[in-house]
Design a protein around this ligand. Structure first.
Ligand code: GLU
Length: 273
C-alpha cells in the first residue's frame, strides 16, 4: 500500500527515540495506520455509498471497495471509511488521506491530470429528478424557463450544466442529500446528477420523485488513487476484473440497486491506460 514505506519509517524513528521525527512521520502517513486501509466513499447516497444510522456501511460502491480491499489482503475489520464528498475527492487522494476513493467518481481527462483511476467498474449517465407531480420539466432544455436546479460542487453534472446550459439557475450544494431535501421542501425544482444516484434517492422515498428525460452524458465510474501509484492501480484493475468475472459484481448490484428499478447494466470492460 502507498502508506506502508512511510509508516515503516515511523517505527524506525520510534525505535531510536527521535520523538520529533516520529511526530513528523506520523503526519506523513496522512492519518492512515499500518495494517488498515482507508477508503473514501459517499456517506449519503442510498444504494451506492451510505453510512447507516447504526454506523454500518452499505451500497454498491461500498461493496466494490470492500471486494478490492479483500483482494489487496485486508479484512472488512481493517477498512477505515472516510467520507469523500464530490468536491473533496481529488484533495483526499493527493493529500494521502485515503488509499483510494470509490464514490460515484467519473473518470475525466481533467481529473486524470490530478489523480489516477482504476476501472471503470460502472457506467451511468446524467439525468434529472423532479417531484412526482412536476409536469413542466422534461429535460435539460426545459430548465431554462426560470426553474431552479440543484447539483453538487466539484461534480461533472454541475460543470456540464454550467458549460452547456448557461442560462439555467444552478445552485451548487455540498451533497446530493442536501439537494434532495431542498427538492422535497420546494426550495428547488430539480436535481441533476447520474441516473443511478437519482434512482437510489427515488427508491428511498417511494411516490415522491420521478426521473425525467433521457440520460445526457456518459459517466464511467473509476476508483481514484494517487496518479503515480501504478502498482496499486493495476492491482485494483485486477480486483475489479475478478469481481466482474466471479459473479460478485452482479450480486452486489442486485443487492444494492435491484429494488431501485434501475436496469442492471453490463459490467464495463476495465480500461488499462
Ligand atoms: N459521477 C459524477 C462525478 O463524478 C457525479 C456524481 C458525484 O458527484 O459523485 O462528479
Amino acid at each position: 500500500m502507498p502508506s506502508a514505506p512511510v509508516c515503516l519509517r515511523v517505527r524506525w524513528f520510534a525505535a531510536i527515540g527521535l520523538t520529533g521525527a516520529l511526530t513528523m512521520s506520523v503526519a506523513a502517513c496522512g492519518g492512515m495506520t499500518a495494517g488498515t486501509i482507508t477508503i473514501g466513499v459517499k456517506f449519503d447516497q442510498p444504494g451506492l455509498g451510505m453510512k447507516n444510522p447504526d454506523g454500518t456501511m452499505s451500497g454498491f460502491d461500498v461493496d466494490v471497495a470492500r471486494y478490492v480491499a479483500q483482494q489487496l489482503g485486508y479484512t472488512a475489520a481493517n477498512v477505515v471509511w472516510v467520507e469523500a464528498p464530490s468536491g473533496q475527492r481529488e484533495a483526499l487522494i493527493r493529500n494521502g488521506q485515503v488509499n483510494y476513493v470509490v464514490a460515484t467518481y467519473s473518470i475525466t481527462d481533467a481529473r486524470k491530470q490530478k489523480v489516477g483511476f482504476a476501472g471503470p467498474y460502472l457506467v451511468a449517465g446524467q439525468s434529472l429528478l423532479v417531484r412526482a407531480d412536476q409536469t413542466g420539466i422534461t429535460g435539460p432544455q426545459s430548465l431554462q424557463h426560470n426553474k431552479k436546479l440543484c447539483s453538487v460542487a466539484g461534480s461533472t453534472p454541475a460543470q456540464r450544466i454550467k458549460d452547456t446550459y448557461p442560462g439555467v439557475q444552478l445552485q451548487r450544494y455540498d451533497t446530493y442529500s442536501a439537494c434532495i431535501e431542498a427538492l422535497k421542501n420546494g426550495a428547488i425544482d430539480a436535481v441533476t446528477t447520474d441516473d443511478v444516484i437519482l434512482a437510489g434517492y427515488s427508491a428511498q422515498s417511494p411516490g415522491t420523485f420521478k426521473l425525467v428525460g433521457k440520460p445526457f452524458s456518459r459517466e464511467e465510474y473509476g476508483i481514484g488513487l494517487k496518479r503515480e501509484n501504478l502498482t496499486l492501480r493495476h492491482k485494483i484493475d485486477d480486483a475489479i476484473e475478478k469481481m466482474e468475472r466471479d459473479g460478485s459484481w452482479q450480486a452486489a448490484f442486485a443487492k444494492n440497486l435491484g429494488a431501485s428499478g434501475y436496469p442492471t447494466p453490463k459490467p464495463p470492460k476495465v480500461n488499462r491506460y
